[in-house]
Design a protein around this ligand. Structure first.
Ligand SMILES: [Zn+2]
Ligand SMILES: [Zn+2]
Length: 235
């Protein structure tokens, strides 16, 4: 069966996202947009995933636990996990590898942690949009260690896409699944033979995508999408 997805959504935990993209607002907007399965992927942290999952249960939207990790080359890599606990453990691991730079909310924006139904539960100290000290390979190892799957984010967009960050997209069998930005040019060699995800990378509620990208899955759940992606990794 077919499910509509947006597998790259930020919440108010990401300093560059609007403060009103709380987990419940984000998931509520996904419901309005007609999405079946989404992933919450804040920069270098998964601390708002639990509350987004609670919202998902309430609204009938399946939520994949995710994160967008920055490598030391400044490549953005999406991590998807089947279990919340794996995502939270990976989040702790990534946090320890982030530069020791304190967030300046006036400059970069707030990093709001929400719990128990959009209740403010604190802020993250370290700036989440710096790089980790991990290479892209090490980021992928970290994700695998926590039983997740790694998908290079927006490979054809600027210095944070893998093509820009590394100067060249690694060849298959590396990264069989990648996210591309539809409206930007992308060299053929980088996408040939790969499965392409199209997501919004929304940092504002209104940017969450509509029913423009669907995946074929066995069951319309977070596990169904996770398993479908995992199957595409084995090429
Ligand atoms: Zn990104
Ligand atoms: Zn992003």
């Amino acid at each position: 069966m077919k499910v509509y997805c947006d597998l790259h959504i930020h919440t108010c935990l990401s300093p560059c996202a609007d403060d009103d993209v709380t987990p419940w607002n984000a998931v509520g907007m996904c419901k309005i947009k007609g999405l079946d399965v989404i992933a919450i992927t804040d920069h270098n942290s998964a601390l708002n995933v639990r509350d987004a999952m609670a919202a998902g249960n309430e609204y009938g939207v399946a939520v994949i636990a995710g994160m967008e990790i920055t490598s030391k080359e400044e490549a953005h890599i999406l991590a998807y996990f089947e279990q919340l606990n794996d995502a939270l453990a990976a989040s702790d691991d990534v946090y320890a590898h982030l530069a020791d730079v304190k967030n300046n909310p006036q400059l970069f924006g707030n990093q709001l942690i929400m719990q128990n139904g959009d209740e403010f539960a604190g802020v993250v100290d370290k700036l989440l949009i710096t790089s980790t000290d991990l290479s892209v390979d090490e980021v992928c190892e970290l994700i695998a260690r926590h039983h997740g799957i790694a998908v290079p984010a927006h490979i054809n967009r600027g210095g944070n896409g893998m093509i820009g960050a590394l100067g060249l997209m690694p060849f298959l069998p590396e990264y069989p699944v990648v996210e591309i930005v539809k409206h930007l040019p992308c060299p053929d060699y980088a996408i040939k033979g790969r499965f392409l995800l199209q997501s919004s990378d929304a940092h504002r509620l209104e940017d969450i995508q509509e029913q423009v990208f669907a995946l074929e899955v066995d069951e319309p759940t977070a596990k169904g999408v996770f398993d479908a992606l995992k199957a595409k990794m084995n090429v």
